[in-house]
Design a protein around this ligand. Structure first.
Ligand SMILES: Cc1cc2nc3c(=O)[nH]c(=O)nc-3n(C[C@H](O)[C@H](O)[C@H](O)COP(=O)(O)OP(=O)(O)OC[C@H]3O[C@@H](n4cnc5c(N)ncnc54)[C@H](O)[C@@H]3O)c2cc1C
Length: 595
């Protein structure tokens, strides 16, 4: 999250006033009712308060400044300039919310209405949508390589194709590039890279493959895994090479993964810049909708924006549309009760588009689930690893189910904890004061939420997300959570007896008792999913395969839209690594095939 003055967009010739109150002799317009001046207003955004100032003259809005925001830089933060521009262009408050940034959009519109009310504007008039010609303009484009989806895979594919001397059109359906890639930590697999070899770190494609097969319970598609383990090192070299993608990574700690500076958002920002600098034509707010197929060969795609329909002719098409976690029709039913924490644009569009070429799909039943999550007020899942680690190390803390009964090794393998949590209707983390403080310290330290949030959520007393409840005694807590009377007291007594005896039926190394004195806290814990592990089946040239296992001429895929790399659970750093590697490979492969 970012708290910063973000942007300032003014129309040319705009009148700017220094204060927020209008001058008393400022003109009032009869038509709009507005008194010229600058007005400030605050509303709740995705990550906290969103404060804007709106400058109006007698008959129009001349400037909107975002003064403060805590939106995620890559999503809500990226949507704000679009929202500002839409209002300035339309002079209306009936603007569309930015897809994928609905909470930010709604907060922005609320603050805007407040500021305009202060200005005396006629909100009814300003709420009328601007109706223009609804007929969409048709546009035809011709390029060498068309890339659909501007996340990590689409950006690396585009840059590679540009560096191979091709003309590239890159489509992104959202108003900002990045997708899930911009939300990721950007730990990136680098097995076999120059950095890793120079550091002497012991690793090899064979070791990576063995670890990923074991992690994915052998559900991995070995051919796809082979592409990854054998090319990830070279792709990483290109990613950090000044002559390659020239993305900044931290080389201070040798390992199997290296971290992108500025996390996923930083990597995406640099890649987008590189694509634009290399002459790529990037179309935001433009969704690829349909493949154009001639005699079994893909020769382009149709795309659509708010006011245009495109026919894009291309010698090759690279699908890089990401996962399908945001599409309930594709996510297996058993996962849908968990909370989603991925990108809004991950709707599996390429899965639908490739029905026309009878594409083969693999591992569609696997979605990456993780434990230790809370639901944020926005409704999105948020991981709590920085919180639980500190809580378990500092004082007594344990998980209970809807019966108030402890049920698992909270610090065991994520996979095992997931299986145990899946059996429950509800999961709560029970903490004493010291472990609760440590939990929040980790979360606040990772900029996931603030101390003010904690106060507010405790006041909500479980009536809204995230559920964070305080009780002076364990019995108070049980009552608030509707857990059976005596259950939490019994769970704590058993837990402390196990600490004293140095044993645990679930195999956790219990070291610190839960305090015998209140207050106590409960935080509702969820399983969350944010990445999908199934998708298109590809060959070693990154070409999409049909159900007869034949390569579809002219069609390539990269990133999370490809299925089979991971098996049934993802291996840390490999999805981001795969986005970079497969994008690089697809860009190079498509380039060589169209020569
Ligand atoms: C919160 C979070 C944390 C993560 N952390 C890690 C991590 O630490 N390490 C790791 O290895 N992996 C992590 N992952 C997973 C990893 O980031 C992704 O698997 C990877 O970045 C996907 O890259 P991609 O380019 O394939 O897809 P994306 O980055 O999702 O990009 C796909 C893009 O295509 C666009 N698009 C979709 N359909 C269309 C269409 N029809 N037309 C035009 N554009 C379209 C989307 O809007 C999106 O911008 C994380 C994911 C999330 C959500």
């Amino acid at each position: 999250m970012k708290k910063a003055k973000l942007l300032s967009l003014c129309l040319a010739g705009a009148m700017l006033f220094s204060g927020c109150a209008p001058k008393s002799d400022a003109p009032v317009d009869d038509k709009t009712g507005m008194t010229a001046g600058t007005y400030e207003a605050t509303a709740k955004g995705f990550g906290g308060d969103l404060k804007i100032s709106v400058t109006v003259d007698a008959d129009k809005i001349t400037a909107i400044d975002v003064l403060e925001n805590s939106e995620t830089e890559a999503i809500g933060g990226a949507a704000l300039p679009t929202l500002v521009q839409e209002v300035l262009d339309s002079q209306s408050i009936a603007i569309d919310t930015v897809s994928g940034a609905t909470v930010t959009s709604n907060g922005f519109i609320e603050a805007l209405k407040d500021a305009l009310t202060q200005a005396g504007a006629d909100l009814d008039k300003m709420s009328q949508a601007v109706t223009g010609n609804t007929e969409k303009e048709t546009v035809e484009l011709t390029t060498d390589i068309l890339v659909i989806g501007a996340g990590g895979a689409g950006l690396t594919a585009s840059l590679s194709a540009l560096q191979e001397g091709n003309k590239v059109v890159l489509l992104e359906k959202m108003s900002f590039a990045g997708g899930a890639s911009s939300m990721a930590g950007a730990g990136t697999t680098a097995t076999g890279s120059k950095w890793q070899i120079e550091s002497g770190y012991e690793d090899s494609p064979e070791m990576l493959k063995a670890d990923m097969l074991a992690n994915g319970h052998n559900y991995n598609d070995e051919a796809t895994l082979d592409i990854f383990v054998n090319t990830v090192g070279a792709a990483f070299d290109w990613l950090v090479d000044p002559e390659g993608a020239n993305v900044e990574y931290d080389n201070s700690e040798p390992g199997r993964t290296y971290s992108g500076v500025g996390r996923g958002a930083g990597v995406v920002k640099t890649l987008l810049q590189r694509v634009e600098d290399a002459g790529g034509d990037v179309y935001l707010n433009t969704a690829g909708t349909e493949l154009i197929i001639e005699n079994g060969k893909v020769v382009g795609a149709k795309a659509e924006s708010k006011d245009k329909i495109y026919t894009i002719n291309a010698k090759a098409v690279i699908l890089a549309t990401g996962g399908f976690g945001a599409n309930d029709e594709l996510v297996p039913a058993e996962y849908q009760e968990f909370v989603y924490a991925g990108a809004a644009g991950a709707t599996g569009d390429a899965i639908e588009m490739t029905k026309a070429v009878d594409a083969d799909l693999i591992n569609m039943e696997f979605v990456n689930v993780q434990p230790n999550s809370i639901v944020m007020p926005s409704g999105l899942g948020q991981y709590c690893n920085p919180g639980v680690g500190g809580a378990y190390a500092t004082s007594g803390a344990f998980l209970v189910n809807e019966n108030g009964v402890r049920f698992a090794n909270e610090q065991g393998k994520a996979y095992d904890l997931i299986q145990a949590m899946k059996q429950n209707k509800t999961n709560y983390l029970i903490l004493d004061q010291a472990s609760f403080d440590a939990f929040n310290k980790g979360m606040i330290g990772s900029a996931i939420y603030t101390e003010e949030n904690v106060k507010e959520w405790l006041e909500n007393n479980g009536s809204s997300n995230p559920v964070m409840v305080k009780g002076e005694t364990l019995e108070d807590l049980a009552k608030t959570l509707n857990l059976p009377e005596g259950s939490l007291t019994a769970a704590a007594e058993k837990y402390n007896a196990d600490v004293a005896a140095g044993t645990d039926e679930f195999g956790r190394k219990l070291t610190v008792e839960i305090s015998n004195d209140g207050p106590y806290y409960a935080v509702q814990m969820w399983l969350r999913y944010y990445a999908t592990l199934g998708g298109l089946h590809i060959n070693d040239q990154m070409q999409v395969l049909n159900t007869k296992q034949e390569a579809v001429d002219g069609l390539f895929a990269a990133g999370e839209v490809v299925g089979g790399l991971e098996g049934d659970i993802y291996y840390g750093g490999s999805l981001f690594g795969w986005a970079m590697t497969s994008g690089r490979n697809a860009g190079v492969s498509a380039s060589s095939m169209i020569k």
